[in-house]
Design a protein around this ligand. Structure first.
Ligand code: AKB
Length: 317
């Protein structure tokens, strides 16, 4: 990776991935783009306003910056996708299709994240294997499975260097996620620090895989730097760091904030999505094929999230 383009860089992953890659590969070698201006991304490196659904502008930008690697992070997430499935399909698949075409035309490697949302109620629930039945019941999941297949197709047919991981819920303290089913696991930390209480939309017993953002950023780089000859699976690798329920994360926060209180107001859409997803993934293929090894546990992540958020909001713990 020498000249990188990030599409949809203003979101939860992109805002951190841009700075992470700029540190690794040099500020001028990482071009951030988004549909709207992002001041935080244009201050220390190249930035362009780009609508990934506009194929001509996409190709123009890749050509202009002599890009060799694209990170396509454009997505409407699972819960918000259910409000307008057609829009979710148009955005998620439109951005992917243009990314694949541009990658093919300009000889770029392409990273597009998939998700635990690619699995569905018929997939094995525990230790969900890399290769298994995938019949998601959300439009987001349908887009992810289609995207995995389409990326694999472009690899087989045109030799495009497509790579991907199935991200679990990502927890970060820089940019808030929006419209996802796993968002509660970020919001809980902010509310714990600022209000001392949290109303959880997910039932107390529902397990979902999660990952702290530093591990997710490492996964992106490690996979894109991996020796292609070692990659048996192209699209897409199961990766995970931890799996917990609302009760478990609440108990962990209480170790630091004993007065923290949580109650429940279940969101039926999020509940049904969360119950259709795996409890925990088997990520042994990623470990074997490109050395994936997460560093952060729930305990370490909780201590760090509370520290960073408390510092930001000037709260003493
Ligand atoms: C969501 O909840 O939709 C995302 C995901 C797991 O892909 N965070």
């Amino acid at each position: 990776m020498k000249r990188i383009l990030i599409v949809g860089a203003g979101g939860q992953i992109g805002s951190e991935l841009t700075q992470f890659l700029r540190k690794l590969y040099g500020e001028s070698n990482v071009v951030a783009t988004d549909v709207r201006e992002c001041k935080n991304l244009s201050e220390n490196g190249p930035f362009a306003v780009l609508n990934a659904l506009d194929a001509n502008s996409y190709g123009y930008t890749v050509n202009k910056y002599k890009v060799d690697t694209i990170f396509n992070l454009v997505a409407l997430l699972s819960a918000v996708g259910e409000k307008d499935p057609q829009l979710a399909w148009n955005i998620n698949m439109g951005a992917l299709m243009n990314s694949l075409e541009v990658a093919h035309q300009y000889g770029c490697a392409l990273f597009t994240p998939s998700s635990i949302g690619a699995f569905g109620p018929t997939s094995p629930k525990d230790n969900t294997p890399q290769d298994t039945l995938m019949q998601p019941t959300t439009v987001y999941g349908v887009c992810k499975v289609t995207g995995e297949l389409l990326s694999n197709y472009y690899h087989l047919k045109y030799g495009v260097d497509t790579r991907s991981v199935r991200f679990p819920g990502l927890i970060s303290n820089v940019t808030l996620p929006g419209g996802g089913t796993t968002d509660y696991a970020v919001e809980i930390y902010y509310d714990a620090v600022r209000k001392g209480r949290f109303t959880c939309p997910i039932p107390q017993d529902v397990y979902m895989d999660m990952m702290y953002m530093p591990d997710a950023l490492n996964a992106c780089v490690q996979l894109m730097e991996a020796d292609p000859d070692k990659l048996i699976h192209r699209n897409s690798f199961n990766v995970t760091s931890m799996s917990f329920t609302p009760e478990i994360i609440c108990a962990e926060i209480r170790k630091h904030l004993p007065d923290f209180r949580m109650d429940y107001k279940i969101d039926p859409v999020k509940e049904s999505i969360a119950r259709s997803w795996p409890n925990s993934l088997d990520d042994s293929c990623a470990r074997q094929e490109w050395g994936w090894k997460p560093k952060w546990t729930l305990e370490e992540m909780t201590a760090d999230m509370l520290k960073v958020i408390s510092e930001r909001f000037g709260k003493e713990r």
